[in-house]
Every structure is written in structure tokens, then in C-alpha cells.
Design a protein around this ligand. Structure first.
Ligand SMILES: Cc1cc2nc3c(=O)[nH]c(=O)nc-3n(C[C@H](O)[C@H](O)[C@H](O)COP(=O)(O)OP(=O)(O)OC[C@H]3O[C@@H](n4cnc5c(N)ncnc54)[C@H](O)[C@@H]3O)c2cc1C
Length: 456
């Protein structure tokens, strides 16, 4: 794609923020109250909240580099291009009995983690989803009603970049306007987006394809306007919000980049004392190993792949697997690295006669450069929107034959089995790339599970 050359040029090395430390030697201490492993979605949120208390010194250890000035991460429309780039861990999911081929498994390798590379679609799940978490855990704090104050603490609904009147595009009563992370509606709509919404309004309320005013109200079934974590035409990630300029200067918040954590270290003094307050890391692929310690807690938030990997490296996992890898077992915990659930997404495309789709910019260098200039100058235009401007949430029919064999895996009758993202543009191996529109379904309630396989 022509975009690729621009993207490569745009991958400037992350410029140091000044507060974001690049070298272990720049840390002023090696003992903290909390050490947070992984500066991603979860890690940066926790670090922000903990450092509200000025007495707590918190260190965030992030394996990737800074998100600052990384255009590939900043420009919403470039999100798909982050896959396979230098800010992706470039994992591979190996095929198995269900999926008999390998697939790319992207995860963010940059401050902000996958929130710095993802496609920014803001979805809360349904009331039924959260109420099921509460039931399964036996903790009512996870219920939809009880989680809403925290959802609102996170969300700051902001106007779309073109400032248009958004009445009828979302329900303000279910949103917050003073949280941390910006959520917005699209500022520029393609005719496809308009037609999808018009069709959903035309089919009537009995149809599965009916219009839903706000898919983040707890009931999402139908088709509606997508909401995305974008602020003024630029990605809003956990790095730009929770480590944003008003927080990163906190003297008790320390962030070390290029810090690849290899293990957490047992500091227990008695037999069976499972206290882990040491953290081992390297910035040069293991040539030099450093340790830091947490007097209160180590927070392990390295994402769904690296968290179990670090646990297993540290001797926490299934004894047989660890022994095969030559790792001494500190704590036999067979579930580590098991039961990973993923929501696979397929890309379905149709060739169209319209010549104003995103495919046009993908094959036309002049147009691509104009769009990038517009984004650079005004943070507007086609690049300022995340993909997936309209979304649909659908259930399989109640009498679908699959339910004769399998129990319905969804948490209830108001929760979708399938999400469809409507996009203008798409993927094709044809050259030149034709004008395409896409409807990309994602499987929301898979019953298959993945497990980690590590080689020594
Ligand atoms: C391509 C893509 C598109 C997505 N699209 C959407 C979307 O549109 N909407 C949505 O809601 N979700 C989306 N997601 C999922 C969402 O981004 C993740 O669920 C979420 O970011 C997970 O948060 P986390 O904190 O668990 O992990 P992450 O945000 O991935 O953070 C983990 C952090 O740990 C760091 N790390 C890993 N190993 C180590 C180590 N050894 N030492 C130090 N640091 C380490 C990583 O570099 C990373 O910064 C998408 C994800 C991807 C990859």
C-alpha cells in the first residue's frame, strides 16, 4: 500500500518526554511502593490512580518505547497499519484443531500498550455481560450498575472534530463528560455510513437490523453510530490520558521505557511464603540484568500474552510445563497460560462503483499525501476518524441448529453473538486495489479457548 511508505517515514523514534525515562541509570531510586509491569491500558490506569496519593512512589516498567510523536499511533485511521509494524509485538497464534492455520496476533509494543495501536472502538459490553461477571465471581461490585461509576470516571465524551450537532447519534444520559479518556463520534461520514444508518431506521423496531440510539447503554442489539476513543482527531490512549501532561509530572510517578521485565522475584522468607516484591528487567536483551523492588505490591499488567509468560518465567505455572522448560517451580498453578478467549474478526469486502472510498487513498499517493497534510494542519479529514463508524450487534436466531449441539454461550437474550463493523475501504489482493466497502463480523462469544505455548 502507498500508505506504508508514509507510515514508515512517520515512525520516528519516540522522543523522550523528559519525564519518561529511557535508561535504568536515570532512575533516582530502585525501591518503590508499587512497581507496575506493563504500561498498557491497565498499567497506566493503575499507576495514575495510585499516584493520586503523593506518598506512594510508583514505577511503570514498559518494554516498548514512547508513544510521543509516533504518527502511526496518533492518526486514528492508521490503526490497521500498526499491525506488523515496529510498535506491534508481532506475536503469532498457532493453528490447532479448530483453526488449522497460523494467524498474526497483534499487541501494542509501545507506551499505552494495545490502547496505542487498537482501533479505538469504544464498547462497554452489555448489562448482561457485567451481571454475569458478578454472578461468576460472587462479587456484586462487577455488576452493570456497580461498575457504571468507574465507567464514567474513565469516560469524557467530547464533540467530534467537525463540531457537528450530535443529537440523535447517541444518548447523553448514559455518558460522562468529565472523565479521563476521550470518547467521541465520527466527524466525517462517508455515504456508506449514512446509508447504513438510514436503512436501520427504515426496517422498523421488530427487525434485527433496527436502529439503536446508543450501543453503550447496556442494551446494544441493532445498528447504530460507533463511538471511538479519539480526541480532536487524534487517538486517546491510556498513555495520552492517564499519563497525560497533567499527570506525568507527578514527582512520585516514574516511567521507564525499553524495560523488558523477565521475572518477578520471590522475596518470601518462610517456606510456602509466596511474596514477590522483586522485579527483574533488562534493557539490552539480557546482557545486563537489573532489579527493582516494591515495598507494597508488584502489579503485573503486561497483557494477556506477556502476563502468563512472566509468571511462568518466575516459576509460577504448571509444574510439568515448567520442568520441561527447565524452570524451577515456585508455585504450581496449572491454569497459568490457559483459557485465553479471543474474539476473531473476519474481513468481508465488496467492490463498489463509488470512487470516494478509503481504497482510493490507498492507491493514490497524491490523495494520501493531501489527507495526511489535512490531518497534520487541522486534525481533521478522513484520517481523523477511527475505522468502523457504524456498528451492528446481532444474535443468532433462537432456533439456530447450533444450539441443538451447544449451549448458548452469550450471557442473555439481549447480548449479541456477532458484531459487524461497517467500513468504507477494505483488503484485497487485486491490483490496482478496487474501490471497496466492508462489513467485518467479529465472533463475540467463542467457545474455543487458546493456551500459551512457550519454547525454552
Ligand atoms: C490491533 C488491535 C485492535 C483492537 N481494537 C480494539 C477496539 O477497537 N476496541 C477495544 O475496546 N479493544 C480493542 N483491542 C483490544 C484492547 O486494546 C486490549 O484488550 C487492551 O488494550 C488490553 O489491555 P491490557 O492492559 O491488558 O494490555 P495492553 O494494553 O496490551 O498492555 C500491556 C503492556 O505490557 C507491555 N509489556 C508486555 N510484556 C512486557 C514485559 N515483559 N516487560 C515490560 N512490559 C511489557 C506491553 O508492551 C504493553 O504496553 C484491540 C487490540 C488490538 C491489538
Amino acid at each position: 500500500m502507498l500508505w506504508s511508505a508514509l507510515f514508515l517515514l512517520s515512525l520516528l523514534p519516540g522522543l523522550s518526554h523528559g519525564i519518561l525515562l529511557e535508561k535504568f541509570q536515570d532512575l533516582k531510586r530502585n525501591k518503590f511502593d508499587f512497581v507496575v509491569i506493563g504500561g498498557g491500558n491497565a498499567g497506566n490506569t493503575v499507576a495514575n490512580r495510585l499516584t493520586e496519593n503523593p506518598d506512594y512512589h510508583v514505577l511503570v516498567l514498559e518494554a516498548g518505547g514512547s508513544n510521543e510523536n509516533v504518527l502511526l499511533s496518533m492518526v486514528p485511521k492508521f490503526c490497521v497499519e500498526t499491525i506488523g509494524s515496529a510498535i506491534d509485538w508481532n506475536y503469532t497464534a498457532q493453528g490447532g484443531p479448530v483453526l488449522n492455520r497460523d494467524m498474526d496476533y497483534p499487541r501494542g509494543f509501545i507506551l499505552g500498550g494495545s490502547s496505542s495501536v487498537n482501533c479505538m472502538i469504544y464498547t462497554r459490553g452489555t448489562r448482561e455481560d457485567w451481571d454475569r461477571y458478578a454472578n461468576v465471581t460472587g462479587d456484586s461490585g462487577w455488576s452493570w450498575d456497580n461498575i457504571q461509576p468507574y465507567v464514567r470516571k474513565n469516560e469524557r465524551f467530547t464533540p467530534p472534530f467537525d463540531g457537528h450537532n450530535t443529537t440523535g447519534e447517541f444518548d447523553p444520559s448514559v455518558h460522562s463528560f468529565d472523565g479521563m479518556n476521550s470518547v467521541t463520534l465520527s466527524g466525517l461520514r462517508h455515504q456508506l455510513d449514512t446509508q447504513v444508518i438510514q436503512a436501520s431506521k427504515a426496517v422498523g423496531n421488530d427487525s434485527d437490523f433496527r436502529f439503536v440510539l446508543d450501543m453503550n447503554s447496556g442494551n446494544h442489539l441493532g445498528i447504530g453510530f460507533g463511538q471511538s476513543t479519539v480526541l480532536n482527531g487524534t487517538r486517546s490512549s491510556s498513555a495520552t490520558s492517564y499519563l497525560g501532561p497533567q499527570y506525568i509530572n507527578r514527582p512520585n510517578l516514574h516511567v521507564l521505557l525499553h524495560a523488558h521485565v523477565t521475572r518477578i522475584l520471590s522475596t518470601g522468607t518462610a517456606k510456602n511464603d509466596l511474596t514477590f516484591q522483586g522485579v527483574e528487567l533488562s534493557q539490552d536483551s539480557g546482557a545486563t540484568v537489573h532489579t527493582v523492588s516494591a515495598t507494597k505490591e508488584v502489579v503485573l499488567s503486561a497483557g494477556s500474552i506477556a502476563t502468563p509468560q512472566i509468571l511462568m518465567n518466575s516459576g509460577i505455572g504448571d509444574r510439568k510445563t515448567l520442568t520441561n522448560l527447565g524452570i524451577q517451580t515456585v508455585h504450581h498453578l496449572p491454569s497459568v497460560g490457559q483459557n485465553l478467549t479471543e474474539q476473531p474478526l473476519l474481513s468481508y469486502n465488496w467492490v463498489v462503483t463509488a470512487n470516494d472510498t478509503d481504497s482510493e487513498a490507498a492507491r493514490n499517493a497524491t490523495l494520501a499525501a493531501e489527507q495526511l497534510k489535512q490531518w497534520n494542519d487541522t486534525r481533521s479529514g478522513p484520517l481523523a476518524n477511527a475505522p468502523g463508524l457504524d456498528l451492528g450487534w446481532f444474535r443468532l436466531p433462537a432456533n439456530a441448529s447450533i444450539f441443538e449441539e451447544f449451549e448458548d454461550p452469550s450471557p442473555g437474550p439481549n447480548t449479541a453473538h456477532i458484531e459487524i463493523q461497517f467500513v468504507n475501504g477494505g483488503f484485497s489482493l487485486e491490483t490496482p486495489l478496487p474501490n471497496l466497502i466492508g462489513a467485518n463480523p467479529a465472533l463475540l462469544c467463542p467457545t474455543s479457548r487458546m493456551s500459551h505455548s512457550f519454547s525454552s
